[in-house]
Design a protein around this ligand. Sequence first.
Ligand code: NI
Length: 371
Amino acid sequence: MELEKKLISYFEWFHRNPELSYEEYGTTARIREILTEAGIEILPCKLETGLVAVIRGKSEGPVQALRCDIDALPVVEETGLSYASEYKGKMHACGHDFHTVSGIGCALLLQERRQELAGTVKVIFQPGEESSLGALKILETNVMDDVEMVWGIHADPTNEAGVLGIREGYVSAAVDRFKITVKGVGCHGAHPDDGTDPIPVAAAIVTALQCIVTRNVNAFHPALLSVTRIEAGKTWNVIPESAVLEGTVRTMNREDRVLFEKRVAEIARNTAVAYGAAAEVEWTAGCPAVYNDEKMVKKSMEAAEKCKLAVVPEESSMGGDDFSFLEEEIPGCYVKVGTGKGPAIHQPGFAVDERVILPTANYLTELILAR
Ligand code: NI
């Protein structure tokens, strides 16, 4: 079977069989089967799900890695595709099936073109990207220890199929999470003076937190804070004893992450004290910001030209990708691949134009082969 047909049939299989973060057993087995059949070496490493394939070139050169995430989302698919998810409530709504098959295609092509390859390529099929921490599983295996540069892609339904979005510098944000529990004293709704109402405290904290962005962060640094959940009380005539706020902070610069962690805690605790209440703050650090290396961006542009793929300047996003963990110590480059304009990623109608699969595999191959 010709390569394009093969890759499309693999893609449809992955799309029909989505698996959530860290449950990617069937996906891993299928990738292993395809690669092993093609004679591609799989590195023995301790990964519950996900795997690392390796292609060794015929001449000396750097160790490069290509990262492809493989997990799906808890979304009920509404694409109406003939190869729609067979598991209700699970869907490849972020295009990781496309990333997987592009990585497979690239591995197959590199295996055939080993004579042209200088150095070694590790194709990393990473579990649990949607948890924002799956890349840490890869780092734990030490397969990244000798890697000198890492490449990544992401499906982009805001661009026509095959149009690449490339930018130098920060591509996406660091993703951190906070939870604030305001502790007051519950009482009758008619007698607030008998207790300490946590609700006005929570409201004051929500308002004050926005001042971090406008008053504390350098105006030239992208940053945002969203309070996304407030929970307090059970009924209309009882003042509850506590209120919970949750939210996310997105930053690009490392020092801003530290600043936010400090200021969120200060504002929450001190506002609560001012109102006679108390606040507990939990901070959960997620992945850092994705940063595209200048030299690698240049290479990715050149490969696009060679493959006759159009390139548009990519806007940076306040979304995140745990790809950033892999490039904390080494240069990396993360390219957005237009998958045909349509519903956004993480939406039930998101779909990938299959015509983009082979060109993407070819593109990644040229990128890695380029000297
Ligand atoms: Ni994704």
